[in-house]
Design a protein around this ligand. Structure first.
Ligand code: G5P
Ligand code: MG
Length: 218
């Protein structure tokens, strides 16, 4: 069977990680988040991580060559169903993906920016795994502690309000054209809303039918 590759795009803090987790729970996808990959590389102090760190801290995009190489490694590992979270975010990244990998669907999460700014101030993460919590929406069992490892939770350096503003600006300038690219190709599925659980009900219905459509194609 041909692999089914889906993208999760949309503004920072729009719920890509949260909805990605629901998709993995209900469908057999491998979830690859470029943000998580970069944070792992920073923690390992790899050459890519060292180069990426200061871009991330300023709310700017990491250079295309670094990201394209990281994603190429993940694509070589293969999967029958692959979910790319946060990639592509620039026109050159989209062109490089087009050249190597047929994409079945681009799932775009369209969340009001005011909601995003509030959410990111409340986000706590487990650094090594990328597990994400927030005290109002998805609290850990014990405040400040990761459910699975017992490690202390931390806040992402780039969730500081002025950096969030920079990330939203970067999104408007560099990533919106990517959304238009997939709209023109006829594979964009956009979901508007403010609550991830409600949005996910619609995403799930979409995936149920799109995966069937894909499997039925010659
Ligand atoms: P990331 O890590 O990809 P962003 O900025 O795109 O970062 P982020 O911040 O990871 O996206 P998300 O995954 O879209 O957000 O959202 P999330 O984590 O699921 O939800 C955000 C918060 O809201 C969480 O606390 C969650 O619990 C809460 N939440 C979710 N749903 C609800 C809800 O319904 N209600 C409530 N109340 N709360 C909710 O990328 C980081 C950096 O890496 C670089 C860039 O520098 C980027 O800034 N990078 C790249 N650079 C170049 N090219 C690429 N392709 C790159 N990818 C990453
Ligand atoms: Mg994320």
């Amino acid at each position: 069977m041909r692999p089914y590759v889906a993208l999760l795009i949309g503004a920072p803090g729009g719920g890509k990680g949260t909805i990605g987790k629901y998709i993995v729970r209900d469908f057999d996808f491998r979830h690859v988040s470029t943000g998580d990959l970069l944070r792992q590389n920073i923690a390992m102090e790899s050459p890519a991580g060292k180069e990426a760190a200061h871009f991330i801290a300023r709310g700017r995009l990491v250079p295309d060559l670094i990201i394209i190489e990281l994603v190429a490694t993940e694509l070589r590992r293969g999967a029958q169903r692959l979910l790319l979270d946060g990639f592509p975010r620039t026109a050159p990244q989209a062109a490089s993906l087009d050249a190597s990998t047929p994409v079945a669907a681009a799932i775009n999460l369209d969340i009001p920016h005011a909601v995003i700014v509030e959410r990111l101030g409340n986000r706590w993460i487990h650094g090594p795994s990328g597990r994400t919590y927030s005290y109002d929406f998805s609290p850990p069992k014990v405040r400040g502690i990761d459910d699975e490892t017992g490690d202390l939770l931390i806040q992402r350096e780039d969730d500081e309000p002025s950096t969030v503003e920079a990330r939203l600006r970067t999104y408007r300038e560099q990533t919106r054209p990517v959304v238009d690219h997939y709209r023109k190709r006829g594979i964009l599925a956009s979901f508007e809303g403010t609550e991830s659980k409600v949005i996910y009900d619609a995403v799930k219905r979409f995936l149920d039918s799109d995966i069937r459509r894909h499997a039925a194609q010659p």
